[in-house]
Design a protein around this ligand. Sequence first.
Ligand SMILES: NC(=O)c1ccc[n+]([C@@H]2O[C@H](COP(=O)([O-])OP(=O)(O)OC[C@H]3O[C@@H](n4cnc5c(N)ncnc54)[C@H](O)[C@@H]3O)[C@@H](O)[C@H]2O)c1
Length: 356
Amino acid sequence: MPPIDVSRPLRVAIAGFGQAGRCHAETWAMMPDAVIAGVYSQRPDIEAPAIARICGPEVQVYSDYERMLAESGCDFVSICTLHDTHAAQAIAAARHGKHFIVEKPVCLTLEDLLAVRRAVDSAGIRAFVGFQEFHYGQLQATIEAVHKGWLGRVHLAEIEYFNGIGPWVPQHWWARTHKIGRSSMLFCGCHPLMMLMLVMKGVKVAEVEAFATKSGAPDFAGFEYATTQVNLIRFADGRLGKVTSCLDSLHPYYWRNTLIGSEGSLIDTRIMSRVMLPGLDPKGWQHLATRSINDGGDVTPDMFRPMFERILANLRHDEPMPYSGLDEAFEMHRVLFACDEAARTGRPVAPDTSLP
Ligand SMILES: NC(=O)c1ccc[n+]([C@@H]2O[C@H](COP(=O)([O-])OP(=O)(O)OC[C@H]3O[C@@H](n4cnc5c(N)ncnc54)[C@H](O)[C@@H]3O)[C@@H](O)[C@H]2O)c1
């Protein structure tokens, strides 16, 4: 791993300046231990004013990603471009010895996933994936409740994600395409699948089955893939997961967790546990008073700060990186590609095991 000089701020380059890139930039710009060293923009004519406002008028804007890696002096890259360029940009960052965070998904194919993994390992750099929602509030509390053993052994976990990616969403133009959005799971289903993998912490997936369908509403007719996919996941130790990725619901964004274990259950923000605290009514629900994932709406910079603080602590002081490390995301993507293959073929699929 290239040494990180802790006597100066981390020099961060931002690639892509859409909704996610702006959030990354605003967050890094607020942090005392980071400075923005350069921005790669595919549309500098449109994005230059926002880049100058957020990153400062002196920041160098590059229209060539490789040139930014070579000339900006950055230590770290926030890759926030569209899906079809993530893998190549992650591999290039690694080859230049830069640590990086790549927005989800890491890539669009299993081959690219393995190539990113190999590039990171051979460069010895650290890589992170943009799952900021697990670093605070309801989802963090849920993961930690499971890891504390309050539900005992969770044998059934259903994570359901409902969103409506109609033409009213600015990302609709690319999200709907096979070339960039690619599948319901790659566009958004990776979030609930990552949640399932974090809850089941390190247990391997034995096989998956999946089925896909789409809404009859004209709002979603432009999608080049099936917008709703339900995945059944059997873990190697016999436990079960179900992940729903629905991009064509008409109700407001809704994320639903149902976790059933040997000592209790957790459904959304309600928990029942026989072991959490003595004296609690074993038949009643306790309410987790926490920032709900369903209050989120659009992403905002405050949602990224806890994840970025952990990235800095990991790079500078070798502290652990929960929830968003490449290892966990790598395993999740393997399962995701198995789910998409199962939905395509109608057959059960075992995830690839070609890299440990
Ligand atoms: N972690 C999260 O919660 C979260 C939230 C939003 C987006 N994302 C991810 O971040 C990445 C970027 O998404 P986004 O929402 O910022 O996308 P966006 O549509 O807001 O913009 C992304 C970038 O694409 C560039 N671009 C490339 N070709 C273009 C073209 N032909 N026309 C217009 N713009 C073009 C734009 O310049 C812009 O910088 C994606 O991987 C997405 O999945 C993650």
